[in-house]
Design a protein around this ligand. Sequence first.
Ligand SMILES: [Zn+2]
Length: 119
Amino acid sequence: MTGRRKPEKGRNPVDLEDRRTKHLVSTPAKLTTCPRCKTPVLVALDEGLRAVVDLAAIPPAEEIRALLSGRKTYTRLQCGELVYREPDRIRGGLLKGDLHQQHTCQRKTRPAQLELWSN
Ligand SMILES: [Zn+2]
């Protein structure tokens, strides 16, 4: 055995290529609400990774504030897809579209615990 995988028989090579590239799919952003805080957000797949951003676009000057607070930023292209703004893409300045910051929930995850016993 050489460790090489046998080619799959009876499969169309086009189908195999399609399966390999589906994990990097990008989809147009859809408007929905965050299930926790009920804030309107945009949700999309960006190169196979789920992106959830605030609906309101931010001005370019606000991007550094978002990055310093630990949020990712995305460009919403004219086709509706969200593209993660990694440092090289920010530096290149070639992405054209609205800027959106990653959604971070402000709602607390647990309600306050009730006091069941009193002394
Ligand atoms: Zn939320």
